[in-house]
Design a protein around this ligand. Structure first.
Ligand code: HEC
Length: 134
């Protein structure tokens, strides 16, 4: 019993750490940082600048509900990927949308059911862009 109590926190935190990243590319290939930047800055596709700010001198209105995207520099590629795919896995209370998840969502318009906000290719492009902010 005592042994179990000792080892439990390690099991728990070990799992939490393991869940905090998606190390492998969703497409098996590297994304294109140029296309990724365009997705992040685009008001129809990524909508990132609704909440975030970042190095986009051409965009006058940027969000202040979320950290500046330059703060992503401290995250690894796998951690960035997870935060785009399903940010609730890093922070269950997050207001950031899950850009590549279709299950477990409520109130999805019928025409959008089963569709993720971004495609796997677009996720990889955005990840490729975010790692250039290092
Ligand atoms: C509705 C608001 C909202 C939108 C839209 C949004 N985010 Fe976020 N994002 C957040 C918040 C808030 C956080 C802070 C952590 C948390 O609460 O989950 C965050 C965290 C992050 C982080 C981690 C930053 C860090 O320093 O830990 C990254 C990277 C990120 N977002 C990228 C993006 C990208 C790229 C997009 C567009 C594809 C996007 N976000 C769209 C709200 C948003």
């Amino acid at each position: 019993m005592r042994f179990l109590l000792l080892i439990l926190p390690f099991l728990f935190f070990g799992k939490a750490l393991g869940d905090d990243a998606i190390p492998a590319s969703l497409t098996g290939a590297k994304g294109d940082p140029q296309r990724g930047r365009a997705i992040v800055a685009n008001r129809q596709v990524g909508l990132c600048l609704l909440c975030h700010s970042g190095p986009f001198p051409e965009e006058r209105f940027q969000g202040n509900l979320a950290p500046d995207l330059r703060s992503a520099a401290r995250l690894t590629e796998g951690e960035l990927r997870l935060r785009l795919v399903d940010p609730a896995r890093a922070n269950p209370q997050t207001i950031m949308p899950a850009y590549y998840r279709t299950e477990g969502l409520t109130r999805v318009a019928p025409s959008l059911r089963g569709k993720s906000i971004l495609t796997a290719e677009q996720i990889e492009d955005v990840v490729a862009y975010l790692v250039t902010l290092k």
